[in-house]
Structures are given as structure tokens and as C-alpha cells.
Design a binder for this molecule. Structure first.
Ligand code: GDP
Length: 608
């Protein structure tokens, strides 16, 4: 490794900013208007910047510190937290998923069925496999009823149950993860025996790996004459998924959805892989689960399929789900049969909610209606602030700070390149940058444009996208706008490693762009005793504020690049003047204003 350990150690490794940004103290919560005032900027500037970060806000909307800090930073300020002592002891988020079980008494924990997602390339047979597996279920054969798509189903094999998520593909899988819901325990990656590993197969593998869940490979369509499972195994080895024949322990099962061959073996192997995970939960407690699908049923009202993670959900339970609540009126399994209760690792369609929740919403059982209502009101209030919460995602510029604060131990990168041949050299040179504090990890690399799925993976993995001569698909761009995930574009390989290395050491020079805020025309020049020359002006566009920077133009020529040193309206010192008004100002170092001079007022905005 070539980094100079010295520079990674010193606190003085903060970005060397050529133009020191003015510091502002921001409280934990403040309104858009108040933030504007802190920066002597119009609230419109704040709203515009929030919009740029994918957030729509009104002038009186409350925003939290993190969001305000991003806006302040964007507008050229150095944000500081005003009330530091309160922030340290923030209550943690309600526990989610398996982690919550740590607090449980070990003796209360019982094995639960694994939750499995089926991923793979389009047309490789995911849906067919899910259908075929469903048909193997003896219990469902007996149950009768019409099979319904509720988003998940269960099969029983050798007396043990497995829950399958019924929406195949890694897009749905990673979208749930991006929303903070980690419901899947294991991924089955489907590869058609006649087609082999394709781009989306790789993507599926990378998405499963990024989620940190084990992979079971199903080589499907083995009934076809053109099937070549050995080639698939060989290709898998190339992706570091070594099956037994290649000296590894990756489970790989040849199957046919058409003939049913291998399905039992696949299910058995899923159970074996799940056993290693020792999935346990306490069924004897109030339930908590995750919504995996929800819709408005025309006849029955809001209907949500919930996958229970812990506890047992019963008919009659009062639940809070996302931002809504309800009393479970009835529950159904995937055969449309009414069920009275549903335990850990099991799905059920739930009726009785006040509104339709969203996929990824957490369900919790509470003691009564009153509590539920109270929580929901509180959640709705928080949601209002959260709606304008800009997630401070990791970017190359914030990376060093995040590493220093111990928040980032791995830099998860998604690499997209124009040609396949660029991937390996870039991957190697980037991974070589790993040091003691942080590991640089390429979690997915492929050639082609940056897709929505790439951005989703970056969100779910707290990572960022490196695009080497690669464009962005519109869907990706939209998601970037909403999420604040960084896509960094490069056209020279050397620049990628150089920038990432600098970012790791906190030495990335920021790049600023000038944002014009207002314009004024000099109509009169006054000579003041102490202040020197004051320009009497008319504001022709936007606003002018006391700490703006300014370009002074005479005709076409810019004769000064300076800053405002005083601003008056009539005799009053003011912080800001608006378009259509007259004012007087002085500019640092300018002693020879002339009538007809034009002044452009601007802020220096940090671009990166
Ligand atoms: P998905 O896009 O991955 O969900 O793929 P589908 O399940 O829709 O299957 C794509 C095509 O492959 C369909 O025409 C299926 O009939 C066919 N197919 C899927 N599994 C098998 C199989 O095991 N054997 C054969 N012969 N065809 C299959």
C-alpha cells in the first residue's frame, strides 16, 4: 500500500479549502425560513437547494440538522451543530430484523422458517421455478382454495417449512433493502443451463453478496437438450462461486421447472443452508414484521402482506404499520384460507388497516387503539420532518469525515464502465487503495450505463457509483435526485484512483461553482468619509445580501471580483435587499465606481 500513513492520522487532514466558508451554527430542528435567515439568504434559495436534493419543502417546514447542514454546505457555508450535547444521546432507531433477537432470552427462541428470494437473469426461469416449487407443496394440495399472489408463500418439505418471496428478481429485493428492510435470509440464484451466466446473473449475485446472505445456485432448464450445466459451474468458478467439483462449498442444484426434476433436492439444500444460519425467533411475544406488498382491495379495503419476523400476529391484534394503524380483522394465507395467527418467518395477508401501507414498512403490535393512534400521530409528525430529510450519503467529499468518525469501515463502490476490458484494471487499482481504516470494495462491476438498480444497490449498501465513460439511464438519474447517492463520472482511469486515494486521506480539493443570486445597476456614486465609495444602486434581479461575493462589470469587462462589505437601505444597515429596490453598498477594495457599472452578486457553491 502506498498511502502515507502520516497524512491519514492527522486531524489536520481536513479538506484544504482555498476559500474558507463562513461557519453557521444550526440547531437540531429549524424551519426553512430560519435556515435562510441564518445564511442571510432568501428561503427560496433553501427551497431550491432542497429540491436539488430531491426534497420538496415549504417555507415553514421543519427540517432536521442533517438536512439543514447539507443545504448550508451546498450554499457555501460550513455548518456546525448548535446544541451538540443533546445530539449525542439520540434514541436509537427501533430494532429491526434479526438484531432485535439478541435481547431475547435464548430459551424463548425457537427455529423459524427461512425466507428465500429467487434472483437471476430475465427469462432464466425464476417465475417458473417459483410456480413449480409451489406445486410441490403437499399441504397446499390438501388446502384447496385458489392460489393467490400475496407476495410470498410457504412450502413444507420433510416436515419443515420454507417461505418464498413471490416477486422474483433483484430489483424488488434491493428496493426493500434500500428502504431498510432486510427480510431475506437466503438467495436462490437461477441460471438457465442453456444460456449460462448473463449480465443480470452477475448483478443478482452481487446484490445477494452485498446483502450478506448465502447463495444457493439453481441451474434450471436441465430438461433442454442444449443444457450444459458443467459450463455454468465453470462460469461460476470465474465469479468466485466454487461448487464442489471446483473445490468449493457453494451449493448448486440442477433443476427443471418443466419436469420437476431436482426440485426436492433444491428444497432440501435450502433447508441445509438455512440450518447453518440458525434462524430463531421468539413466537411468544407481540409480533413485529415487515410489509412486503400492499394494495387497496376494492371490496375489502387496505390489504397488506406482512412477513412476521418475530412474535406471533393474531386476528384482533392492534398494530401500527408504517404511518398507519389498524386492528387485524382477518388474515389469509396464499390459498385465500383464513388463518387466525401467523408466526416468525411466515407471511400473511392482513385486513383491517386504516390505510394502505408501503412495502418495507414495519408492523408492530401495540396494546390498544389509543396507543396506536398516539403513535401514529407522533409518526406522522416525524414523517413530516423525515419527508424533508436528506440522507447524508457517503460521497467522496464526505468520506474522510465519515471514516474519521468511525462511521465507514468499507467503501462500497459500484463500478460501471464503457467496455468490459476496463473493469479489471480499475477494480484492481481501486481495491489496492484499501488501508487499515477502510477497505475499498467493488460490490458490483459491469459495463454499460448506470441503471436504477445500480443506484438502488448503492443506497442499500451505503455506497456510491463510479462511472467510467458510462452514461446514466433516466431512471438512475431520477433516483439519484431523490436519494442523494453520488455517481462520480471519470474519463481517465488514473483520475479514479487519484480521487479515491485523496478522498481516503481527506485531501480531496473541493470544487466550487459560482451561483448568481442577484444583479444591480450602479446609478449614483457617493463619497463617504469613513466607508470610502458607496454605490447607490437599483436591484434588477434576485437579492443581494451582506455576505455575498460580487463581480463588478464595466461594459463587457469584469473589473473586480470581490465581496460586499456593507449594505444599506435608506440609512439603515440591512442584511438583504430584494429585486426592485434601491440600496447602497460598498465592495471590498473598490474605490472607483462609475454610474452604469453592473454588479453581479454570487455565492460560491461547493460542487464537490
Ligand atoms: P423469468 O423471467 O426468470 O421469471 O423466467 P420465466 O419463468 O418466465 O421463464 C422464461 C421461459 O423459460 C418461459 O418460456 C418458461 O416456460 C421457460 N422455462 C422456465 N423454466 C424452464 C424449465 O425448467 N425447462 C424448460 N424447458 N423451460 C423453462
Amino acid at each position: 500500500m502506498t498511502t502515507e500513513s502520516q497524512s491519514t492520522q492527522t486531524a489536520a487532514g481536513q479538506p484544504a479549502e482555498g476559500n474558507a466558508a463562513p461557519t453557521i451554527q444550526i440547531p437540531r430542528v429549524l424551519t426553512v425560513k430560519e435556515l435562510g435567515e441564518l445564511m442571510s439568504l432568501s428561503p427560496v434559495e433553501v427551497i431550491k437547494d432542497l429540491m436539488k436534493n430531491g426534497v420538496m419543502a415549504t417555507i415553514n417546514q421543519n427540517i432536521d440538522y442533517d438536512t439543514a447542514a447539507i443545504v448550508a454546505h451546498d450554499l457555501g457555508f460550513e455548518p456546525k451543530e448548535a446544541a451538540v450535547e443533546e445530539v449525542a444521546e439520540e434514541a436509537p432507531e427501533p430494532p429491526k430484523g434479526v438484531a432485535a433477537e439478541e435481547e431475547e432470552d435464548a430459551s424463548a427462541l425457537k427455529p423459524r422458517p427461512p425466507v428465500v428470494a429467487v434472483l437471476g437473469h430475465v427469462d432464466h426461469g425464476k417465475t417458473s421455478l417459483l410456480d413449480a416449487i409451489r406445486k410441490t407443496d403437499v399441504v397446499s394440495g390438501e388446502a384447496g382454495g385458489i392460489t393467490q399472489h400475496i407476495g410470498a408463500y410457504q412450502v413444507e418439505t420433510k416436515g419443515q417449512r420454507i417461505s418464498f418471496l413471490d416477486t422474483p428478481g433483484h430489483a424488488a429485493f434491493t428496493a426493500m433493502r434500500a428502504r431498510g428492510a432486510q427480510v431475506t435470509d437466503l438467495a436462490v440464484v437461477v441460471i438457465a443451463a442453456d444460456d449460462g451466466i448473463m449480465p443480470q446473473t452477475k448483478e443478482a449475485i452481487d446484490h445477494a453478496r452485498a446483502a450478506g446472505i448465502p447463495i444457493v445456485v439453481a441451474i434450471t432448464k436441465i430438461d433442454l437438450e442444449s443444457a450444459n450445466p458443467d459450463r455454468v459451474k465453470q462460469q461460476l468458478a470465474g465469479l468466485d462461486l466454487n461448487v464442489e467439483e471446483y473445490g468449493g462449498d457453494v451449493i448448486c442444484v440442477p433443476v427443471s421447472a418443466k419436469t420437476g426434476d431436482g426440485l426436492d433436492t433444491l428444497l432440501e439444500n435450502i433447508l441445509v443452508a438455512a440450518e447453518v444460519l440458525e434462524l430463531r425467533a421468539n413466537p411468544d411475544r407481540a409480533a413485529r414484521g415487515t410489509v412486503i406488498e400492499a394494495e387497496m382491495d376494492r371490496n375489502r379495503g387496505p390489504l397488506a402482506t406482512v412477513l412476521v419476523e418475530t412474535g406471533t400476529l393474531r386476528v384482533g391484534d392492534v398494530v401500527v404499520v408504517g404511518k398507519t394503524w389498524g386492528r387485524t380483522k382477518a388474515m389469509f394465507d396464499e390459498h385465500g384460507q383464513r388463518i387466525k395467527s401467523v408466526g416468525p418467518g411466515e407471511p400473511a395477508a392482513v385486513l383491517g388497516l386504516q390505510e394502505v401501507p408501503q412495502a418495507g414498512d414495519v408492523l408492530t403490535v401495540v396494546s390498544n387503539d389509543k396507543t396506536a393512534r398516539k403513535i401514529v400521530v407522533q409518526l406522522q409528525r416525524e414523517a413530516e420532518a423525515a419527508a424533508v430529510h436528506v440522507q447524508p450519503h457517503v460521497t467522496l467529499d464526505t468520506l474522510f469525515g465519515a471514516i474519521s468518525a468511525g462511521k465507514v469501515k468499507e467503501l462500497n463502490l459500484i463500478l460501471k464502465t464503457d467496455v468490459q476490458g476496463s473493469i479489471e484494471p480499475i477494480r484492481q487499482s481501486l481495491e489496492r487503495l484499501s488501508n487499515d481504516e477502510v477497505r475499498v470494495k467493488i460490490i458490483h462491476a459491469a459495463s454499460g450505463a448506470v441503471t436504477e438498480s445500480d443506484v438502488m444497490l448503492a443506497i442499500a449498501s451505503e455506497g456510491m457509483v463510479i462511472a467510467f465513460n458510462a452514461s446514466e439511464e433516466p431512471g438512475a438519474e431520477r433516483l439519484v435526485q431523490q436519494s442523494g447517492i453520488e455517481i462520480r463520472h471519470f474519463s481517465v482511469i488514473y483520475h479514479i484512483t487519484e480521487d479515491v486515494e485523496k478522498a481516503l486521506q481527506g485531501m480531496l480539493d473541493p470544487v466550487y461553482i459560482d451561483v448568481i443570486k442577484g444583479k444591480a445597476e450602479v446609478r449614483q456614486v457617493f463619497q463617504m468619509k469613513r466607508k470610502g465609495q458607496v454605490a447607490g444602486c437599483y436591484v434588477t434581479e434576485g437579492t443581494i445580501a451582506i455576505d455575498d461575493l460580487a463581480h463588478l462589470f464595466r461594459g463587457e469587462e469584469m473589473i473586480a471580483d470581490t465581496k460586499v462589505t456593507s449594505l444599506r437601505r435608506f440609512q439603515e444597515e440591512v442584511r438583504e435587499v430584494q429585486v426592485g429596490t434601491e440600496c447602497g453598498f460598498t465592495l471590498e477594495g473598490v474605490k472607483d465606481f462609475q454610474e452604469g457599472d453592473l454588479v453581479e452578486f454570487y455565492r460560491r457553491k461547493r460542487e464537490r
